[in-house]
Design a protein around this ligand. Structure first.
Ligand code: NI
Length: 254
């Protein structure tokens, strides 16, 4: 079984002491590619450095909505320089987060638009984060459609998923579809065509059941895949095969 982990933060300091072991466990569990995702300039630089060490790792560069107030002409220019590196396969994660509101909303929207424009110009897929900001996220996404990218760690309604798919995006599901109280989300996952679906951990966050509460890691993707197989009523090998094909297409992986 070949699995592609489409969204992890192995550049997070929580892996500073044992990254080689984490990568080894990922490989042993069938993970053939990992996309290591930046959230600001420094973490994007680190994602690239790590991807140059581990051959099964690729990187994404971008400024997360939490850090939107760190965007500047200089920061964008630095990310643009980084994006031309061979190991960079996407721009992200970018978007809007009105749940935490760590950056003012107006600044989040501006940072999102500037980065969507940059990704469009560079013709590179986008990794989108949206929390409690569906309407504004879709408004901005429509301005840049048709899109190539993924709505990461999807938690919205079927109507929102359908809109994203129509705009050209894949839908990424993470640990939350395994959570006991997530029947609504599982009902959405049941309706998203397997051909538009990719899997991710968003580690170190959001460990799936039965590992909830621990530090997450790519090897735990198994639990999310197993739950998806159950939801879709297809064999886990088939879920892995199709979502891996999807991820290869999405990020242009060999
Ligand atoms: Ni993330």
């Amino acid at each position: 079984m070949e699995i592609i982990e489409t969204h992890c933060h192995l550049n997070n300091e929580q892996y500073a002491n044992d990254l080689p072991a984490v990568i080894e466990r990922a490989q042993a569990s069938g993970v053939v590619h990992l996309i290591n995702i930046g959230w600001d300039v420094a973490s994007s630089e680190k994602a690239i450095q790590q991807a140059m060490v581990y051959t099964n790792m690729k990187a994404a560069v971008g400024i997360h909505p939490h850090d939107a107030d760190t965007i500047s002409d200089q920061a964008l220019a630095r990310l643009e320089d980084l994006a031309i590196n061979d190991v960079v396969v996407a721009w992200g994660e970018i978007g809007l987060d009105y749940y935490y509101d760590n950056s003012p909303r107006e600044i989040q929207r501006e940072a999102f638009r500037r980065q969507m424009a940059m990704a469009q110009r560079l013709q590179i897929p986008v990794v989108i984060h949206s929390r409690d900001a569906t309407e504004d996220t879709l408004t901005i996404l429509r301005e840049y459609a048709p899109l190539q990218g993924v709505m990461h760690c999807f938690s919205g309604s079927w109507e929102t998923a359908k809109t994203c798919i129509d705009l050209g995006l894949y839908i990424g599901f993470a640990g939350p579809i395994t959570f006991k109280n997530a029947n609504r989300l599982r009902a959405v996952a049941a309706r998203v065509p397997l051909e538009r679906l990719v899997v991710e951990t968003d580690c170190p966050y959001l460990s799936p059941e039965p590992l909830r509460g621990r530090r997450n890691e790519p090897a735990y993707l198994q639990h999310t895949l197993a739950k998806l197989a159950e939801i879709k009523e297809v064999d886990i090998v088939e879920v892995a095969r199709v979502t891996t094909d999807n991820a290869r297409t999405l990020f242009g992986l060999a």
